[in-house]
Design a protein around this ligand. Structure first.
Ligand SMILES: NC(=O)c1ccc[n+]([C@@H]2O[C@H](COP(=O)([O-])OP(=O)(O)OC[C@H]3O[C@@H](n4cnc5c(N)ncnc54)[C@H](O)[C@@H]3O)[C@@H](O)[C@H]2O)c1
Length: 299
């Protein structure tokens, strides 16, 4: 099967990136949001990303114009009826995603490939909501989609071989490097990354080292581009907490259990960069480590 038309559901952080990359690689792309306001915001994000690319000399003006011309925004699922592949990128909520897939399954062509960009939910469980489970896959992009080359392409026990090949071919055609993964919570990258991040929090809590020293250790000792606390603040402590809970529930292994300190930080609104505070305080000119967080506060 050949993929020519792409559909994307959700034009948030990830959906807008997926729609952009797809259009930049020549695909007619339709992206659907829940209302016009959110759609306009998402399309605005694409326009801005491309304009910034032009300013930095990474994208040609003509390429930007062509990509924007290929993207059609909509608030109607019916506008996805001509798509060869539809990638879902709505909020990380199983019930909402299943509802989306039930509608897509009824609206889209019988031979369309349906894919989820979930980070942590069970792909097989979403598959149960569709009429043709053999045409269902996971395509897990990384944030920010236009810059991160990696994707994990996930198959369930029911995924048809030709559908899986088509999904791999598609991800390669939009400039991505694909990992082949089975439907196991966290796939490959989060399976290894999440226990590592949780371990860093445990090490800090046990007094093994300060936030800055643990970060410096992994940067300078292991060649990581950033340490675990800088990364946790970047990804979002709330997001990592959410994923860890799902993994712990699925595997029942303590290495996936979020440490108590993490829960308290999430409840107190210490979500990382996006909330201005996390393992570092971002209100100053340079991020300042919140080592005092263990002693009952940072103020
Ligand atoms: N943010 C990340 O770093 C990241 C990385 C990889 C995968 N993901 C996954 O991608 C998905 C989306 O994450 P995000 O960060 O883009 O979230 P987001 O909140 O930025 O965007 C989600 C969008 O989906 C829209 N939406 C919700 N229900 C909808 C529906 N029924 N129809 C159409 N649109 C709908 C929302 O209005 C919102 O704009 C999640 O499953 C998440 O786990 C996120």
């Amino acid at each position: 099967m050949e993929i020519k038309k792409v559909g994307v559901v959700g034009c948030g952080l990830m959906g807008s990136g997926i729609a952009q990359v797809s259009a930049q690689h020549g695909y007619e792309t339709t992206v659907v949001e829940v209302n016009q306001d959110l759609l306009d915001r998402g399309l605005g994000r694409i326009e801005k990303f491309l304009s910034d690319g032009v300013k930095r000399g990474k994208v040609k003006e003509e390429e930007k114009a062509q990509a924007l011309k290929r993207i059609r925004g909509s608030i109607r699922f019916e506008d996805l009826s001509g798509a060869d592949i539809v990638i879902e990128a709505v909020v990380e909520d199983l019930d909402i995603k299943k509802k989306v897939f039930r509608s897509l399954s009824e609206t889209c062509r019988e031979d369309a490939v349906l894919a989820s960009n979930t980070s942590s939910l069970c792909v097989t469980e979403m598959m149960t909501a569709v009429l043709r489970p053999e045409r269902f896959v996971g395509i897990h992009f990384f944030n920010p989609v236009p810059l991160m080359r990696l994707v994990e392409v996930v198959r369930t026990v029911k995924t048809d071989r030709s559908v899986y090949s088509a999904a791999l071919k598609f991800t390669e055609s939009i400039g991505k490097v694909s990992l082949k993964a089975h439907d196991s919570t966290g796939f490959i990258v989060n399976r290894l990354l999440v226990p590592y991040l949780l371990d860093a929090i445990r090490a800090f809590h046990e007094g093994v080292g300060s936030i800055e020293d643990i970060d410096r250790g992994m940067k300078m000792g292991c060649g990581h581009p950033m340490g675990p606390f800088t990364l946790l603040d970047f990804v979002g402590i709330d997001t990592t907490y959410f994923i860890a809970n799902i993994m712990f529930e699925d595997f029942r292994e303590t290495r996936f259990a979020p440490p108590p300190l993490m829960k308290r930080m999430v409840l107190a609104g210490f979500h990382g960069r996006k909330s201005g505070n996390g393992f570092y305080d971002y209100s100053k000119e340079r991020p300042v480590a919140n080592d005092r967080i263990l002693k009952g506060g940072v103020s």
